[in-house]
Ligand binder design. Structure first.
Ligand code: FES
Length: 378
């Protein structure tokens, strides 16, 4: 089915099993109109997707959502994926996880678990997640994950309301014996983009956090602590864009709960009709579909990307960000200072300097927007 020998197989398949989730984070990565996609692939349909991906050469399979633990067939899906030879990774909030489920996942052969936290203390965690019980449950499950002998990644999405606690966040991760810690500043897609004003940290907050991370890295190296701290800064404070997804249709494929195949988790919002795994084979989608070929290579690029000597490094940046901020996904990512739309990024930085929004106001606004969008989506 491969018609272009320059296109390599997708190494990483992300299976977004569901958009259902018990939490209500203001930076949720679900699409805004996720209520429209209420259908979910069946167990048999997911297994067929995994078989086709593995036959193409995919090696890593992430189970994500929404909250993938809401799928009762998760142990079966993990077992099939492992039998097929995938390296399997569960990306979860930890809500709904139990010691019994961990036993089932271990029996099924799950390789790796990532648990996300909202903050280092119960009060802020509850305010951000919209759930009072979430923090205690996450702590218990992080301990249980380690007790089961899993390599564990703890993920904290950082923003203006929790980034100043980064020292306490790192302390908590050390206490929980995390192997890897992702301190990932919010990326502005979906709900995070809608709530950006209340989330984007200031440049000073980022710089202060960077210093704290650097000092912990030094201290931990000196004491022989092997916890790996990964600090991801927001591209809103860069002058050159990120090479999003390692390039469009280069290494990554996302399948949504209702079976759309996407080159990134946000592409559903673009004015492109992406194919469904219910109607097309995965290899046909990857190699031949219009959507996956739309931004491959460099021929599609207008200026300033076309003549830029960094285009092979950043691929013109992120197509979804270009679309969200300029209305046209062909444009250079406005993060780039060469973009004619870079002013949008400068405005956002300025907005962050003057924002007074409290966490309560942010959550109130998020709830109100969720209700409004939900009503218009269904
Ligand atoms: Fe879609 Fe960057 S998130 S291309």
């Amino acid at each position: 089915m491969q018609s272009n020998p320059d296109i390599k197989a997708p190494l990483w398949l992300l299976a977004e099993l569901t958009y259902r989730c018990p939490l209500q984070c203001p930076y949720c990565s679900n699409p805004l109109d996720f209520a429209r996609a209420s259908e979910e692939l069946t167990t048999a349909q997911w297994i067929e997707v995994f078989k086709q991906a593995r036959a193409m050469g995919s090696v890593q399979l992430g189970f994500s959502g929404g909250e993938p633990l809401t799928r009762k067939d998760l142990p079966e899906l993990i077992a099939v994926a492992r039998e097929l030879g995938f390296y399997t990774n569960l990306i979860t909030s930890g809500i709904g996880l139990t010691a019994k489920k961990l036993d089932l996942f271990a029996d099924a052969g799950l390789d790796h678990i990532q648990i996300s936290f909202q903050a280092s203390d119960e009060t802020l965690n509850a305010a951000l997640a919209g759930s009072k019980k979430a923090f205690t449950q996450k702590l218990e499950m992080a301990k249980a994950v380690k007790a089961h002998g899993y390599p564990m990644v703890l993920n904290f999405v950082l923003h203006r309301h929790n980034i100043d606690q980064i020292d306490r966040i790192i302390e908590l991760c050390i206490e929980l014996e995390a192997d890897d810690v992702e301190l990932a500043t919010c990326q502005f897609y979906g709900w995070a983009q809608l709530n950006r004003e209340g989330l984007l940290p200031t440049r000073k907050q980022i710089a202060d956090a960077e210093k704290v991370v650097a000092s912990y890295r030094e201290k931990m190296a000196a004491s022989g602590n092997l916890t790996n701290l990964i600090f991801v800064t927001p591209d809103y404070y860069e002058e050159r864009p990120k090479g999003c997804m390692g390039g469009w249709g280069a290494i990554f494929m996302n399948v949504t709960p209702d079976g759309k195949a996407l080159p990134c988790h946000s592409a559903r919002q673009l004015p492109i009709e992406f194919p469904s795994v219910l109607e097309h084979r995965l290899d046909d989608i990857w190699y031949n579909s219009f959507g996956f070929n739309r931004y491959r290579g460099y021929d599609w690029m207008p200026e300033p990307c076309r003549s830029c000597d960094e285009k092979e490094k950043d691929f013109g940046g992120c197509r979804c960000q270009a679309f969200m901020l300029t209305g046209n996904a062909d444009n250079a990512d406005p993060v780039c200072s060469k973009s004619a739309h870079h002013g949008k990024i400068l405005e956002a930085r300025e907005e962050a300097n003057h924002c007074q929004m409290t966490i309560e106001q942010l959550q109130f606004r998020h709830q109100r927007n969720s209700e409004l969008i939900f009503k218009t989506s269904v």
